[in-house]
Design a protein around this ligand. Structure first.
Ligand SMILES: Nc1ncnc2c1ncn2[C@@H]1O[C@H](COP(=O)(O)OP(=O)(O)OP(=O)(O)O)[C@@H](O)[C@H]1O
Length: 612
């Protein structure tokens, strides 16, 4: 995407070809039907904006001839008395003023209406896009960068809105003005009009070609600017790691490199635009001078009046301005269609996972058995690596089982499959004998399974709202009760704002143990019959771990519990323990039974005793 050389004149280098291909594929994704639907929702405003814009164009066409008539009157009024002068010019001057007022009113109306439609359509698109992104499979988020998704929500919607507004206002007006003013010119002087059109057509051809080159360069500059943003996003999202590794100079260097390339491309673009503008101005001004010269000659031979020359010049300038608008609009249309295409791509993207089944097990019949039956699974981003290989595991209702193993053996993957973040490739995950693909996925996640992970995710809001996320309709009293059970209440009351304390982005203002206890309070409020603890205490020091473990023990009572753990000391009370090794179950039994086997578990156990 990055190119430092001069603007290409013949053929296109490969990266420009790629850009063209990207743009074309983005444009192909533009959903005209959906877009028309959005417009249809605001049809009255749209009609009003188009009508006002049309009226402005008509005023602009009539103004030069009225102005010409006034000029002729002013010239012919030479030597007249003041009263005669006012009497003669009063009519045309009033008409001209009326046209100016009409033009001003319609300008106000179309800009106002367009702003309304633009904002409403953009809000509609943004909401649809956000909802569509939230609906996607977890596999989608494995592939997409957050920054790229946010760009679509912000920059692309904004670009589309600007282009849309420009096309409706400028495009419509400029086209009508161009044809209307061309008609005016023909009426005033067909001869002068033919000479003018000859010049104009060469401007159009040359301008279109240079415009195409500049647009390509502009797209490259934009792509490079986005690259710089992604480098910054990466560094800021991982600011603690950057700080801990004194990575600031390296990050600065990476960012500066991308910014420098972006600046270079933009400067190249600026140079091209400056040259283009200067050349166009010189050409067009020479054309006006030529028109004045030819028109002046015709005036002296009596073929044109001074007013005609004046009206001709103003109309010619109107055409020139309209043409400039239309040529710029061409770029805006492409940009808008590309941006809109990228937005519609995700709005129209359906999740691959089938979540149509809405079966719910009745509360009175629900037990809480969990089973992994001959489960084979590879992550969609790495289909060639089988992470789980024919795993079969039953967790009877009310029992606690722990899964242990070394890093990368597939423990957390079991959790992701039970939550149905991904679907198994072969076999099935069952709850109370039902394949979870047959169950209502929202019910499963919101009412059946409670998940507590190593890095609890808190939202940048108050502690109260973070706990309430477990049950959105919970009262403050219910939240407070859950917080007391989870050992949250005491430390919260130590904060000046209590439960209304803001926790910062991802809970950055709290300790790991405090965040974990808030996550547990959230789970207590949710009250799920199946509880999944994925390394819930492994990031904590021994004192925090003890407090959190007490809360977890309380929460685990009477539920089916699946614990993923590194520290074997935390799972010795499990009803049975499963040892995973490279995606297979290699041992299963109680702590004592497994120890006596002197196999994988024994090795893990000894390694940890050694570490302690
Ligand atoms: N979203 C993902 N996309 C692709 N591969 C993944 C993804 N998540 C995990 N993996 C891979 O799957 C394998 C199992 O990962 P998993 O997180 O289940 O291991 P784990 O036993 O829980 O490890 P740890 O104890 O370190 O958390 C690893 O090789 C990992 O690289």
């Amino acid at each position: 995407m990055i190119r430092n050389g001069p603007i290409y004149c013949k053929g296109l280098p490969p990266e420009e070809e790629n850009l063209k291909k990207d743009a074309r594929s983005d444009i192909d994704k533009f959903d005209y039907k959906k877009f028309l639907n959005y417009l249809y929702c605001h049809k009255l405003l749209l009609i009003a904006a188009i009508a006002a814009s049309f009226a402005v164009a008509m005023f602009n066409i009539y103004i030069p001839t009225t102005l010409g008539a006034l000029v002729n009157l002013l010239i012919s009024a030479k030597g007249a008395s003041t009263s005669e002068f006012f009497k003669a010019v009063k009519g045309p001057a009033t008409s001209l003023f009326g046209l100016y007022v009409g033009q001003a009113v319609c300008t106000f109306l179309y800009i106002h209406f367009l702003a309304q439609i633009g904002e409403r359509v953009a809000a509609h698109m943004k909401n649809d896009l956000f909802a569509a992104i939230l609906r996607q499979d977890i596999a989608f988020f494995d592939k997409q960068r957050t920054g790229e998704l946010l760009n679509r929500l912000t920059i692309d919607v904004q670009d589309f809105k600007s282009a849309f507004k420009q096309v409706i206002s400028g495009g419509l007006r400029a086209t009508i003005q161009m044809f209307g003013s061309a008609g005016t010119l023909l009426v005033i002087s067909p001869k002068l009009t033919s000479v003018l059109m000859l010049f104009m057509s060469s401007v159009i051809i040359g301008g279109t070609y240079v415009g195409f080159l500049l647009r390509t360069l502009s797209m490259q500059a934009q792509a490079q600017a986005e690259k710089a943003t992604l480098v910054a996003e990466d560094a800021l999202a991982n600011i603690r790691t950057v700080r801990a590794f004194v990575g600031e100079p390296l990050e600065e260097q990476k960012f500066c490199k991308e910014v420098a390339q972006s600046a270079e491309l933009n400067m190249e673009l600026g140079f091209g635009i400056a040259l283009f503008q200067a050349g166009t101005n010189l050409f067009l001004n020479s054309m006006i001078l030529g028109t004045l010269f030819l028109g002046g000659q015709m005036m002296f031979t009596g073929k044109m009046t001074a007013g005609d020359v004046m009206a001709f010049l103003v109309s010619a300038q109107m055409i020139q301005r309209s043409m400039a608008t239309v040529s710029m609009l061409f770029g805006s249309v492409i940009k808008g269609l590309c941006a809109g295409g990228r937005v519609f791509e995700y709005i129209n993207k359906s999740p691959e996972m089938n979540t149509d089944c809405k079966h719910v097990i009745e509360k009175c019949l629900f037990r809480g058995d969990v089973e992994f039956r001959n489960v084979v699974f590879s992550y969609p981003t790495r289909p060639e690596i089988e992470v789980l290989k024919k795993i079969s595991l039953c967790i009877p209702a009310g029992k606690t089982i722990a899964v242990v193993g070394t890093s990368g053996d597939g423990k957390s993957t079991l959790v992701s499959l039970l939550e149905r973040f991904y679907d198994v490739d072969c076999g099935a995950v069952l709850v109370d004998g039902y394949d979870i693909r047959m169950l209502d996925i929202d019910w499963l996640r919101s009412k059946v399974i409670g998940l507590i992970t190593q890095e609890p995710s808190l939202f940048a809001t108050t502690i109260l709202e973070n706990i309430r996320y477990g049950k959105p309709d919970a009262t403050d009293e219910e939240v407070c009760r859950a917080a007391k059970i989870a050992n949250v209440h005491n430390f919260v009351m130590g904060f000046p704002d209590g439960y209304h304390t803001m926790v910062g982005e991802r809970g950055v203002t709290l300790s790991g143990g405090q965040k974990q206890r808030i996550a547990i309070a959230r789970a207590i409020l949710k009250n799920p019959p199946i509880l999944v603890l994925d390394e819930a205490t492994s990031a904590l020091d021994s004192q925090s771990e003890k407090i959190v473990q007490d809360s977890i023990d309380y929460l685990s009572e009477g539920r089916t519990v699946l614990i993923i753990a590194h520290r074997l000391s935390t799972i010795s009370n499990a009803d049975f323990i499963v040892v995973l090794h490279k995606g297979r179950i290699v041992e299963m039994g109680t702590h004592e039974q497994l120890k006596s086997l002197k196999g994988f578990y024994w090795n893990l156990f000894r390694a940890q005793q050694h570490d302690d």
